[in-house]
Design a protein. Structure first.
Length: 223
C-alpha cells in the first residue's frame, strides 16, 4: 500500500496512507492557509468531505444550507420625527442598505416603530410603510380611497403612541446595494404624524408623552 511520509519540523512524522480501495480517489487541498484542527496525527482521512468545524477560516456563503443568515444590518432611531405631509415621507434615520450576495437570496425585514397621530379627535390618522428603494412593500391592497399602509395608527386622546411591528420576507432579486426604509404620512395636513413621541408631546411624566425608540433590521437569508 502506497504511503507518503512527511517529516515533522522538530520530530516525528505524518503519514498519508492510500485508501484500500480500487480505482482512483482524489483529495483536494484548499488553496488557502487553512489548518486541520481537532484531529490527532494518527487519524485517517477517509473519502468524505471534511466538516467545516475541522477547518479554520471563512466558509463561503454558497456552502451554507438554505435558510442561513448571511448578514444583518440595522438602523435605530432614538430621537423624534414629525411630518404634516399627506404623502409618504422618509423617516430620518430609519434607512438601511444591504447588498445581497446572490440574486436568489431573500431579505428578511423587521420593523419596530413607535408612531402617534397628532391631536384631532377622530379626524387624523397616521400611516407607516416599509419601502424597498422607491417601492412600498408589505402594504394592504388598494381599496377605494382608503390609505394603503404596512400599519395604520388611529388618533387617540392626546395622540398617544402606538407601537406597530412587522416581519416580511422580501425577494429583491438583485446583487446590487438595496435600501430599505420606513415612511410615514398623516391623513390630515392640519395635524402631524409622529415617530418616537406622542401627538401632544407635553413635557410631563405621563406615559403617553414620553420618548420611545424605533428600528428597522434586515437580514440576508440564503436560498
Amino acid at each position: 500500500m502506497s504511503q507518503v511520509i512527511i517529516a515533522g519540523d522538530t520530530s516525528g512524522t505524518i503519514t498519508l496512507q492510500a485508501p484500500a480501495v480500487s480505482g482512483s480517489t482524489t483529495l483536494t487541498l484548499p488553496a488557502t492557509t487553512d489548518t486541520l484542527v481537532g484531529r490527532t496525527t494518527t487519524d485517517t482521512l477517509t473519502n468524505k468531505s471534511i466538516v467545516a468545524t475541522q477547518l479554520t477560516g471563512t466558509i463561503a456563503s454558497a456552502r451554507l444550507p438554505a435558510g442561513s443568515v448571511l448578514q444583518v444590518v440595522q438602523a435605530t432611531k432614538t430621537d423624534t420625527f414629525s411630518t404634516a405631509s399627506t404623502s409618504y415621507t422618509d423617516v430620518t434615520g430609519l434607512s438601511v442598505s444591504i447588498t445581497p450576495s446572490s440574486a436568489s437570496n431573500k431579505i428578511l425585514v423587521f420593523m419596530n416603530a413607535s408612531v402617534a397621530a397628532g391631536n384631532g379627535s377622530d379626524i387624523n390618522h397616521a400611516g407607516i410603510q416599509i419601502v424597498r428603494g422607491s417601492t412600498a412593500i408589505f402594504i394592504g391592497d388598494a381599496r377605494g380611497t382608503r390609505m394603503q399602509a404596512t400599519a395604520v395608527v388611529n388618533t387617540a386622546t392626546a395622540g398617544q403612541m402606538n407601537h406597530p411591528s412587522a416581519v416580511y420576507l422580501d425577494s429583491p432579486a438583485t446583487t446590487s446595494a438595496t435600501t430599505y426604509k420606513l415612511q410615514i404620512k398623516t391623513t390630515n395636513g392640519s395635524y402631524t404624524a409622529n415617530v418616537n413621541r406622542s401627538g401632544r408631546d407635553a413635557n410631563d411624566s405621563l406615559g403617553f408623552d414620553g420618548t420611545a425608540a424605533s428600528s428597522i433590521t434586515v437580514m440576508e437569508i440564503s436560498a
